[in-house]
Design a protein around this ligand. Structure first.
Ligand code: GUN
Length: 295
């Protein structure tokens, strides 16, 4: 069997067109456009690149963005003051603090300083806490796992009662992913670097979300035939056949997995395009809530 490819690029484009239309309607109704505030501390090239892509994506759908860029030497007070400035800015409806923050900044305190109503990245401790609790709902959920949930829906995966395995337990992907799957009534196991017998755990899974950051770690013969596989990994590896000398591969060995899975995402073109789309969707949602349109 060859798996169906879950096309994240196409889904993201569809969702972005809808967001662009909704932004136009929002502007017509309210006389202003939604705005994203971005806090970037330091000169990490990957973070700077992500921020450029996020701001460009905002522009492409008619959302404005404001940048608060601070040097790596910024103090805790200075970073929190930048967040508070965005909290107080009426043109800013969603706020993103690009992670990781340079040492020794206290990430949790910075995220806690973000106004709950503007927490477009869903990483405020109260939003994460609500995500973890039964009967409570966060105002926003983190971008990457939210994108994965849309991809699972696109694949037609039945989550209720399904066995789901999340590989990786980071604060921004693995842990909120497991919580979101649990809220969707899946039976969830989280695997990580200390997990024993990982292959046998993965073999039981109807749904596999790989977010461990190891190139082509999960092999096709670890999978249950027909499993739905979401590959969050974006690992840069040498490739002399590529004109750039490198390429990106996921955390799943695609060539073997595609022969066993029922549906699978590709890298690139899977989770990546969805992540930024979720951030702009959350920014629009924040603006709609602020304007009193219930979302
Ligand atoms: N760094 C890498 N991915 C992310 C993300 O989704 N959100 C934030 N804030 N920082 C990141």
């Amino acid at each position: 069997m060859t798996a169906r490819i879950i096309d994240g690029q196409q889904l993201a484009e569809r969702m972005r067109s809808k967001i662009a239309e909704d932004v136009k309607a929002f502007q017509a109704a309210n006389g202003y456009v939604p705005g994203l505030g971005v806090v970037l501390v330091g000169e990490n090239p990957a973070s700077a690149q992500y921020v450029r892509m996020k701001r460009r994506a905002c522009e492409s759908v008619g959302i404005t963005s404001v940048g608060e860029y601070l040097p790596a030497t910024a103090t805790q007070d200075e970073v929190e003051a930048a967040v508070k400035k965005l909290n107080a800015d009426p043109a800013v409806h969603g706020i993103l603090v690009q992670l990781p923050l340079p040492n020794p900044l206290d990430e949790e305190a910075v995220l806690r300083a973000v106004s709950l109503e503007k927490d477009a990245d869903g990483l405020h401790p109260i939003n994460i806490g609500r995500l973890a609790m039964k009967g409570r709902d966060p105002l926003f959920t983190p971008a990457t796992p939210t994108g994965c949930m849309h991809l699972l829906e696109e694949a037609g995966a039945k989550l209720e009662g399904a066995r789901a395995v999340v590989i990786g337990r980071s604060n921004i992907v693995g842990t909120p992913m497991a919580l979101m799957l649990m809220k969707a009534n899946a039976t969830v196991t989280v695997c990580h670097s200390r997990t024993r017998d990982m292959q046998n755990i993965i073999r039981e899974a109807d749904i596999v979300v790989a977010a461990i950051g190891k190139p082509e770690f999960v092999k096709g013969d670890w999978l249950k035939p027909g499993a739905v596989v979401i590959d969050v990994g974006t690992n840069k590896v040498d490739d002399p056949t590529d004109s750039r000398g490198y390429k990106f591969v996921g955390d799943v060995e695609f060539a073997s997995a595609v022969e066993v899975a029922g549906a699978i995402t590709k890298v690139p073109g899977g989770v990546g395009p969805m992540t930024i789309t979720m951030l702009i969707a959350n920014t629009l949602k924040a603006a709609q809530r602020g304007a009193g349109s219930a979302v």
